[in-house]
Design a protein around this ligand. Structure first.
Ligand code: ADP
Length: 557
């Protein structure tokens, strides 16, 4: 395919002679001009005239201008026009490279900031020789009428030299910025993709130029423009929507688009050799696209199968878990019901035991010897404690079954505490401890609550004080604050360690050394007390200076 020199052949508007252009020219160059302008404008508007958008627009603009210029070179009807195209070319080409370097600087910058004035000056300086020598014979020395081409001079060596240097320049900046970004980070990915797009764009430019100019193989230079379009589009995509970036998706889109254009071009080409080349390219693209698609579909099917398998397994194990959970709940309920029934059954005979032993001690059945009194007293004390334990069990099962009921009334808490104190006084003193009850006789400690339940709380606290105190005293005190009544039970017993304190009011919680003092504990008393106090919208807490330093339990209602 030899170029013909434009002469008096029929021309388009008298300016262009379209008959001398190879058919591929129209399929490659005209879409390239339109598409690059379209991409440029699109990015400019989508990025709200950002710096990157402006730079990419400039690249697209000069690229479109360059393609147009080469197009004119092919089809100009006058030698003068051809000569002009040759001469103006370096200026357009240098701008493409300058703006691409500028683009690299901004795109790979973590904040997309503008370059420093020094680098800007450097870029201006690179353009300067082109501007100065553009109209001189250092640009295009003569016009070769035989090949219809300009004879290129030193300026072109400078330009090609700069083009190669700028690719190196871009690689150095891009790779060092990539190195600085964190491994595996989004930023690093962005820089890598951007660098790939930029370098591919420029390499294709240089390569199709060289192949076109030096090897005089025009198909390469003609298709090069289309390839560059692809990378320009790629860069535009990177700027506009990197976040939902899917390389494979874009790849297949680009391939499909390219296939459309090439297939359409096939219809208009009658040169068999050219047809072969284009069919070969089409075949390669179809194979790549095919592999893409088949792999994509296979992966999709595989993933769906995996998901379905997982879902069904999840469903099965969920079912199993649910059944097991229901079973456990059921068992737990049965246990609670059993505890409730057992406690109820134990309570009535125990009341009889307690009642009779109390009557025996009071002498209701006549005089008893000291030895017998001692024994009966033991029976009485034990049954008293057992009543408390059973009451705790009953309360626990009520709490768990949700059947805990409160009978609300206003009453003086002093009366309740007094009764409990009177009941246990004998036992406390038997254990060698002193029991004090402090309150202000002029005050009434009226609270609203359930008398029985609060009495249980008071009993539990005093019973604990007794259990965990070997020597000393127990001081029960009632105080009154604005709208609140405070009960405190202070002892001189084993105290509470820091590690026990936070778990004191939990179910079944006992200090590790509690067993030493009192083996019979259940770890339920304080839990029940807390439940009851909370139901009264009150507070319960413990204070202790530490192990061996006694403790105080405080209830505020
Ligand atoms: P228990 O039946 O074990 O007494 P509680 O719930 O009444 O169960 O008490 C829980 C734990 O709190 C006890 O095991 C003991 O470690 C600690 N505790 C309760 N009251 C006192 C106290 N007055 N002095 C020291 N430790 C106490």
């Amino acid at each position: 395919m030899e170029l013909l020199c434009p002469d008096s052949v029929p021309s388009f508007l008298g300016l262009l002679d379209l008959s001398i252009a190879p058919p591929l020219l129209f399929y490659s160059y005209i879409p390239s001009i339109l598409l690059s302008l379209l991409i440029g404008f699109y990015v400019l508007i989508r990025t709200n005239y950002s710096l990157l958008g402006k730079i990419l627009f400039s690249i697209s603009f000069f690229f479109a201008l360059w393609v147009l210029n080469v197009f004119v070179l092919w089809v100009a009807a006058y030698n003068d026009a051809v000569m002009f195209s040759w001469q103006i070319n370096p200026l357009i080409e240098i701008f493409i490279f300058i703006f691409t370097i500028y683009f690299t600087y901004v795109f790979t910058h973590p904040q997309r900031s503008d370059v420093s004035p020094t680098i800007k000056l450097l870029l201006y300086l690179v353009i300067l020789p082109i501007i100065v020598f553009l109209p001189t014979r250092f640009n295009v020395s003569t016009y070769d009428i035989n090949s219809c081409e300009g004879v290129l001079s030193y300026l072109w060596i400078y330009m090609y030299g700069f083009e190669v240097a700028s690719i190196v320049w871009i690689l150095v900046i891009g790779l060092s910025r990539r190195q600085r970004a964190m491994k595996g980070s989004e930023e690093r990915k962005r820089v890598s993709y951007g660098l790939f797009g930029i370098v591919a764009f420029l390499l294709l430019f240089v390569w199709s130029n060289i192949a076109g100019e030096i090897f005089e193989y025009q198909v390469i230079s003609l298709l090069g423009a289309l390839g560059m379009m692809v990378f320009l589009g790629f860069l535009a995509y990177l700027i506009v929507r990197f976040k939902i970036f899917n390389l494979k998706l874009i790849g297949s889109n680009v391939l499909v688009f390219a296939l459309w254009i090439i297939t359409a071009a096939l219809l208009l080409i009658d040169d068999v050799r050219l047809l072969h080349i284009i069919v070969a390219i089409t075949l390669v693209l179809t194979v790549i696209l095919g592999v893409f698609l088949i792999r994509g579909v296979r992966r999709e099917v595989f993933q769906r199968e995996q998901i379905e398998k997982l879902l069904s397994e999840l469903g099965k194990s969920n079912d199993k878990l649910w059944v097991a959970n229901e079973k456990l709940k059921d068992l737990d309920k049965q246990k609670t019901e059993f505890v409730s029934i057992a406690s109820h059954q134990l309570r009535s005979p125990l009341t009889v035991i307690k009642g009779y032993s109390s009557m025996l001690l009071e002498g209701s059945f006549g005089e008893i010897s000291d030895k017998v009194r001692e024994a009966i007293d033991r029976v009485f004390q034990s049954s008293q404690r057992l009543v408390l334990v059973i009451e705790d069990f009953l309360n626990i099962s009520r709490i768990e079954l949700g059947t805990m009921k409160y009978e609300w009334s206003d009453f003086d808490l002093r009366e309740i505490v007094e009764t409990v104190v009177r009941d246990v006084k004998h036992t406390v003193e038997k254990n060698g401890l002193k029991l004090f009850f402090e309150y202000d006789t002029n005050l009434k400690y009226v609270v609203r609550g359930d008398q029985g339940k609060l009495s249980q709380v008071v009993s539990n606290l005093i019973d604990n004080a007794m259990k965990y105190t070997k020597h000393g005293s127990i001081k029960v005190k009632l105080e009154k604050f604005v709208g609140k009544v405070r009960l405190s039970v202070q002892d001189t017993g084993i105290g509470i360690g820091e590690e026990t304190m936070p778990k004191l009011f939990e179910k079944f919680s006992r200090a590790s050394d509690a067993g030493k003092t009192n083996i019979a504990g259940t770890g339920l008393g304080l839990y029940v007390a807390k439940e009851i106090v909370t139901a009264h919208k009150g507070k319960i807490w413990a204070e202790s200076e530490g192990v061996g330093k006694g403790s105080t339990f405080i209830v505020e209602i």
